[in-house]
Design a protein around this ligand. Sequence first.
Ligand SMILES: [Zn+2]
Length: 69
Amino acid sequence: MDEKAEDHLAALESVWYEVIEAVNCGRTQGLVCPECQHEGGLQIEEQQGRTIVSCPNCKRVVEVGIATA
Ligand SMILES: [Zn+2]
């Protein structure tokens, strides 16, 4: 991974930080895409212990790794 890709990833994570934190805390309702502010909210999908957050408007997909005790 080159530096530009890493910068992009870090920027993406900081933009999505609040959403990721909310999902980690089990709050999956009323979340809004931080990139396009789509009013329809975000789609939360659980796949094999991982949570995939996706925006139906701008098609952004973010994976949330939930730490299980
Ligand atoms: Zn979006």
